[in-house]
Ligand binder design. Sequence first.
Ligand code: KIV
Ligand code: ZN
Length: 394
Amino acid sequence: MSRKIYVFDTTLRDGEQVPGAKLNKRQKLEIAQQLAKLGVDIIEAGFPCSSPGDLEAVKAVSEQVKGPIITGLARAVNQDIDMVWEAVQHAERPRIHIFLGSSDVHLSKKLRQDRESALSMAVDAVRYAKRFCEDVEYSTEDASRTDFEYLCRIVDAVIRAGATVVNIPDTVGYAVPEEFGDLIRRLKENVQALDKIVLSVHCHNDLGLAVSNSMAAIRNGANQVECTINGMGERAGNASLEEIVMLLRTRHASYGAHTDIRTEEIYRTSRLVSRLMNIPVQPNKAIVGSNAFAHSSGIHQDGILKDRTTYEIMKPEDVGVRQNKIVLTARSGRAALRHRLNDLGYTLESDQFERVYNRFLNVADRKKEIAGQDLRSIVEIELTKVTETYSFHS
Ligand code: KIV
Ligand code: ZN
């Protein structure tokens, strides 16, 4: 039976921490509405204590966005929790998300606390939040560098205090998949109470492993993943929502788990986030990059034109991309050229086609990509023998 994985989107909180990506209330609302259309289960709309503007934005999302659970982040102090509650209380389904460092390096260098006092702070914070809200998530910040026995004690204690979700972050992207999967498995074996609540993971991408670590955690029993659109987030970013979702869909048999994401909304959401945050998506980004469904070498183009499963493991339409792209370059072959000429309405005799093909290669060696207008010019030149005065569009 397929297990449901809850998708917790933190584009508006961790994603928005990217320098230069700051969003105003109207922009956060627009993204949150689109995230609801995409079908995420939880939207982390912001960090209300960070600024009055963010408090207002989280409030607006809570009041206007229907469907997903809406949450905001709080440190393990009453004042932050009050502010999150002020911001999310009118949501259809509110959640308070509390975090506190748990590794020795965070405790000693950042919080200047010992393990015992941090543990009671965590428990007090969860108990305080439960006065307002049934749904309380607790994050053990820097969990992947935390002493295992201590981590088990915190997880057990916050569940007893009422936490409904426990999140295990790889805050600095230090974990590797085998180790992170193992951590989740051992936690489940050692803390019985985890069976009754949602076990979440939140992975950063400092070593490029955020998605792999999240997948290893899912394999070992995690049932919520925290992620962002386009992998936006602190430093090298967070686990990318679109990659996790499409991995679970494309390799479903291997994971036996699914999400309820409407994948056809992925591309639209990616473009919206990129435009409003003013951060371009790298062309070779998996799933949503402009080259993710583009084919440029002759051998690949020939294969795709015969049967697209030769070089495509997903349908572009499934992620909301209208169609794949056959890009004409100097590496393209006759099959792609003929296909494009047909699209443009040309049917050529074979000697005409060969002349066009040779001229095409000549031009393509000088240009990175041959656009439709270039191709029309090449054909017209060859068919009418108009010569070299023509200038190609760049
Ligand atoms: O990376 C992290 O540990 C976080 C927590 C606040 C969940 O963002
Ligand atoms: Zn984070």
